[in-house]
Design a protein around this ligand. Sequence first.
Ligand code: HEC
Length: 152
Amino acid sequence: MLKPVLLVSAVALFAIAPSTSPRALAQDAATKTKVTADSQTKAKKLYAIDCALCHGATGDGKTDLAKDMQLTLDDWTDSKSLANAQDSELFKTIRNGKGKMPAEDKGRATDDEVWNLIVYIRSMGKAQPVAAPAPAAPAAAPAPAASPAPGN
Ligand code: HEC
């Protein structure tokens, strides 16, 4: 008897939520800190030093260490792998560690740097909304008129 009531209130909650999808709302790392080209360059360097040995330079998780440690790592180059993860959860995992993953403590990365790491990791997935929009493909230039070369 209670269930329909809960369902109705859940629907009502969604109705008053901003029109953004709940998934987009959860991916809010970029709102937690300033994300600039500079901060992303730093995140990339930090990632290379502290994370790539397990997660791989591209984020695919296919590293020797992962194999040796028998880690099961998500392939972040597939945007679906983190699509349902909330940035706050990723933050906790990075800051506190999880399972065989070591914690990235404050001595190694500030909160701002961790948020930037999350933005960086998400940018590894193809077609990620968080990533900077890919440069627009050049408007299809009209094919050069196939004019017969002079003299031919
Ligand atoms: C020693 C290997 C290792 C290192 C180094 C490492 N991780 Fe991980 N990471 C893991 C493992 C294992 C998991 C899965 C943990 C689980 O779910 O039990 C994981 C999970 C994660 C997750 C959760 C999402 C997911 O795909 O499961 C994030 C985000 C993450 N790592 C980010 C980082 C970042 C950022 C760094 C560098 C600061 C880092 N990791 C360094 C092993 C590592």
